[in-house]
Structure formats: C-alpha cells, structure tokens
Design a protein around this ligand. Structure first.
Ligand code: AGP
Length: 608
C-alpha cells in the first residue's frame, strides 16, 4: 500500500513530509514525492527509488511552503518511474494529489477528460484525480473534490493541495486509511500512525466516505455530500514499533489479518455485475486461449503450493492438463514443451531467481507466459507476456500469508477467464464460481473470527519436535502450505503427506501423542479421510482436524476441530490456510522464535 503524509502549519512543511515518509518506509515502496504550496506557487518533486533520492533532488529544488503533501508509491497501475510517482497535478500545475488505492473506472474518466482537453503525462490511475478536480473547480476546493470523489469507483485515500486555496489540505477516505493528527498551530495527515508519532498522539480517524478540510488551526470533517461531522479524537497509545505493525506484535500477524482486505482488493474490478471474470490487463487473444493444450505451473515455496491448487482450477475449470513444477526442478528437467503450452509462474516478489530462470527457460522454448505476482514492475512482471497482479500490498514478514491466499484467488480468476475465452463453461457454472469468489473476503474474515481456539492448540504444538499434516486433493496442497508455515517460523520439524500415502511408509513415524493436523474439507473423499484419521489415531496420534461447515461425522475423531465457513471445494485452501498460519504463528511465539525474520531465510530468494 502507498504512504500518504500532509502538513499545514507555521513551519515549512518539508521536514515533516520527509520524516513522515521515512516512518512509512517499512510498508515497502518504489518511488516517492512531495508537493508544497507557498502562496500562489507550488513545487512538485518526485522520483523513482528511495526517499534519499528525493531528498537529493530537493537540495537543488527547494521551496519554503507551509502546506504540503507527500507520498511513497507501491506501484499498481503503471511501472515504477519518475513520471508515475506521486504527486500528480492538473494541467496548470495548480492542483496536486497523492493517492492510495485503486481507481477502477480511471480509463473511462481519463477518456472523458482527454476529450475536454486535459493532457495526461503518466500511466497511473491516480492522475485522473487532479484533472477531475480541475474540471469541477468553481472557486471552492472541497466542493470540487466532493464532486470528483463521487465519480470515482474503487478504493482511495486522497490528499489534495492547491495554489488556488493555499492554506489547506483536502483529504478523502474511501476504503484506504487516513488519519488526521492534531497539533498546536499546525495539523497533520497520514495514511498510517507511525508518520504522526514524533509530532502528536491526538488523532481523528476518518471513516469511509468522509472528507477532512485541514488548515493550520482547524480540522473540519464532512460527508461527501457536505454535511459537517462531529468526530471524537483518539489518543494513540502505541510506541513507534507497535505503530508500524498497526498495533500487532508482528508483521506476520498483521498480514494474516489483512487477508480479507487483500482478497477483496485482488477481486476489485475483476468480477463483472453479470457474473463474469474481467481481466483487462490480459492481452491473450481468444485464438491463443483456444490453442492452449497444456499448462505448466511453476513456482517456489509457498507460491508452489498455490500452483498446486491452480492445477485443480485449470483441470477442473478449463479442462486441459496441468502440471506443477518446482522452479528449481523445471529449469533443469528438459521439460517437454510443445506448441500450445502455457507457462504460469507464481511469485510474490517477482524476483525469485529460480522462478525467473524457469520463466526464461519456458519462454525460450516457445511458451506463452503469464505471471502472477504481488510486485508491479518486478522482473517476472516485465518478462511475462501477461501479468495478473495480486493486490495484497507489501508483505513484510518472511513467511508468506496474504500473498498465498491472493495467489490462489488470482489463479482461480485466471482459470475462469481462460474457460470463458474458450467457451468451456456455461454461464451458470461460471456464475456459481463467481458467487463463491465474491463471498471469499467475508468468509476469510469469518474464519479469522473462528480461530480463537488455535492459540491454545499452538501452545500444545510448540512442545513437540515433529508434526504431520495430511490431506487429499486440494487439502493436500493446503497441508503442504501448513507444514511449511510451521517449520519455517517455529523450527518444528513438520511434514505433509497425501493422506492415502501414510500407509506406504510414514505411518512408521506416527507414535503416541504425535500431532497430526488433518485437513478434511473435500466431501468427495471425506470417508477416505476419516479412514486415514482412524489410522493415525490407532497409533496414538493427537489429531487436530480442520474442516468446513456442513461436513459431518468428524466429531468423534478429535476433540480439536476447527471449522472454516463453507465455500467452493476448490477455494477451501484460501480459508484453511488461515488457521494453519495462526497455528504456525503462535507456535513460533511460544517457542520464542523471530517470527518476522526466521533464521537462515530471506523474504525474496534472488540467488539460486
Ligand atoms: C514462504 O513462506 C517462504 N517465504 C518462501 O517459500 C517463498 O514462498 C518462496 O521463496 C517464493 O517466493 P516468491 O513467491 O517471492 O517467489
């Protein structure tokens, strides 16, 4: 997510803007910029890269403005570049805007404005905002912003300054956070609390659909239709470290809880009102879609487990064979790639060396390549023929959580999209999948709310040195992801097995009280799973079952059953990932491990 800061007061704005942006660096960004207003002159300075690069630019291009806004960009629409960095301005350079979120209908607005002579300079969705405000401006900045905001569809937190009214910041919140900080003879704005803590702890939290008009000695909060709103102030008790994590003790726990929002953002604009999948970013033609006769899903680690679920989507939804490869294996096994082969690479960072090498190998052999990644402008994004971005926002913890669940979601969107293009699915089947997808973010939230018992189960697991995960079908992929989460942050030896495989060797390791996490969400193999659970119980295993609403007959097999809400069977990995992430998280905490930065591991493995 991007970072936003703003200052209005008696001092020059720049020191606060730079300090505030630096406090938001932990969120991850690829470019930064500021806009300051001093009477009827405005300065906008912005560049790709770190805040230090911006500071160097400002040494040669300084202004004493006492009103200003700043931004760190996590690219969504438009690659990281000086031009795409925020702030963006109107034609005359008199209105400057910074934005966090996604404007779904920006293309239509851009076209509307271009027809009226507005000249655009960037590839971003954001740039429509200053031009739209300029279009509506008739002498009152907040009214122009209100009218512009009503035209915008999507998620946005925006801050606006203008030489037309140089004593104020106008800010609007809609699905992206914005907080006003209250000072003495000065007031502040930020997208996140850490940017404020060096200056104030008295804050006003804006709600969705609210606008703030901020001057040096006043803060008015209005609805978008102009009604004044009475707001309580909120004292921020956190220290700066807690504030960076949104009050959570670790980034991983914060990111686990961000999953409903990440799932919602990844769906945003991609499900049409009539129940179809819309991937405007895809360039693949219908002929190319019809020519696909095999799909290779290639990734590493957690992304590989998402790819395993993707195999089920492709085969069940599109009806063509799919195989999943570890990138480090794919690139050396001389894969049989024939015309019509589609390569799908999955990578949160988009920089994993093995995955990037596999992409290049597949491309060199004639594959069409689609990348699913969380980082705009990453290497895989640049080198693939098409990219489907997960909009999970920066994932700071080494252990991947929200990236995984949004990867699974994105893979389901891809499969549905290809099936649509190939005419392989009737509208009723399509609508059923889309209905389940629409409900997924809310069901993820419900899953989080059901996970209170997980912490105590994790305490129990923390005392063990070996834990096993079992499942069938997509539950096996879920089990593989669960074991990886547990071992990579708690250092407990964990293994996952296809439940039907236990009797071929692993059962020898199932002894008295050894924990077995059984994933049992697939109705068609539930009876088989019950048999496998019985097998391990007979050898004394301590069984914890993760299942779904509506699946009965399991209560007698374990005193510890975690139920996730019902959803489409193929989407179950999104929900069952959550209790497993929390099991791993709390077990690691109980074992005193460095949850966010586990030993020996890196967030992005850019070496082979
Ligand atoms: C997952 O928790 C690990 N951090 C690791 O397995 C990771 O998924 C793997 O390195 C792939 O990273 P990528 O998605 O950035 O390519």
């Amino acid at each position: 997510m991007c970072g936003i800061v703003g200052y209005v007061g008696d001092r020059t704005a720049l020191p606060f803007l730079i300090d505030g942006l630096k406090k938001l660096e932990y969120r991850g960004y690829d470019s930064a910029g500021v806009a300051m207003v001093d009477g009827n002159s405005a300065l906008v300075e912005k560049c790709e890269g770190r805040i230090q690069a911006l500071e160097e630019r400002l040494l040669h291009n300084h202004i004493e403005g006492k009103v200003g806004i700043g931004h760190t960009r996590w690219a969504t629409h438009g690659k990281p570049s000086d031009t795409n960095a925020h702030p963006h301005t109107d034609c005359a350079g008199e209105i400057a805007v910074v934005h966090n979120g996604i404007i779904e209908n920006y293309a239509r607005i851009r076209e509307f404005l271009q027809k009226r002579g507005h000249v655009f300079r960037s590839e971003t969705d954001t740039e429509v905002m200053p031009h739209l405000i300029e279009h509506y401006y008739e002498g009152n900045l907040e009214k122009a912003v209100q009218r512009a905001a009503k035209d915008l569809h999507g998620s946005y937190a925006m801050a606006v300054v203008s030489t037309k009214e140089p004593d104020k910041i106008v800010a609007v919140r809609n699905l992206s956070p914005l907080i006003v900080g209250l000072g003495q003879g000065e007031n502040y704005l930020a997208s996140d609390i850490p940017a404020l803590l060096n200056h104030t702890r008295e804050t006003i939290v804006l709600e969705d659909g609210e606008m703030a008009v901020i001057t040096r000695d006043s803060v008015r909060v209005l609805s978008l239709s102009g009604e004044e709103r009475e707001k309580n102030t909120f004292f921020v008790p956190w220290d700066p470290v807690q504030a960076e994590r949104g009050g959570y003790p670790h980034f991983m726990l914060k990111e686990i809880h961000e999953q409903p929002g990440a799932l919602s953002e990844t769906l945003r604009g991609r499900l049409s009102p009539d129940g179809r999948v819309v991937l405007t970013e895809m360039t693949m033609t219908e002929a190319e879609a019809l020519a696909i006769n095999r799909v290779f899903l290639v990734a590493c680690g957690t992304a590989f487990h998402a790819g395993m679920v993707g195999k089920y989507f492709i085969e069940r939804i599109v009806g063509i064979p799919a195989e999943v490869d570890l990138a480090s294996e794919f690139r050396y096994r001389n894969p049989v790639i024939t015309p019509g082969s589609l390569l799908v690479v999955v990578s949160q960072s988009g920089e994993t060396a093995d995955t990037l090498a596999a992409l290049r190998e597949g491309k060199a052999r004639g594959c069409r390549v689609i990348a699913i990644t969380n980082v705009v402008g990453s290497s895989v994004a640049r080198e693939a023929d098409d990219v489907i971005y997960t909009w999970a926002g920066p994932e700071i913890a080494v252990a991947s959580t929200k990236a995984y669940t949004t990867q699974v979601e994105a893979l389901s969107l891809l499969a549905l999209y290809i099936a649509q293009m190939r005419g392989h699915m009737d509208i009723y089947q399509l609508n059923e999948y889309v209905m389940h997808l629409r409900m997924l973010p809310r069901k993820a939230q419900e899953t989080l709310e059901r996970c209170a018992p997980v912490q105590e189960l994790a305490r129990e697991l923390a005392a063990h040195d070996d834990v096993f995960f079992i499942g069938r079908g997509v539950d096996y992929a879920s089990a593989l992801e669960g074991q990886l989460k547990l071992k990579e942050i708690s250092y407990i030896h964990a293994e996952a097995y296809a439940a039907g495989e236990l009797k071929h060797g692993t059962l020898a390791l199932i002894t008295e009280n050894v924990p077995v996490i059984a994933l049992a969400t697939q109705k068609e193999v539930l009876e088989k799973m019950i048999s496998n659970i019985t097998e391990v119980r007979a050898r004394g295993a301590r069984v914890i079952i993760i299942t779904a609403d509506g699946l009965e007959g399991l209560d007698e097999y374990s005193s510890s059953i975690i139920r996730v809400p019902d959803t489409h069977p193929l989407l179950m990995p999104v929900l069952t990932a959550i209790p497993q992430q929390l099991l791993a998280y709390y077990a690691a905490v109980y074992r005193g491990c460095d949850v966010d930065k586990p030993r020996n591991l890196a967030k992005s493995v850019t070496v082979e």
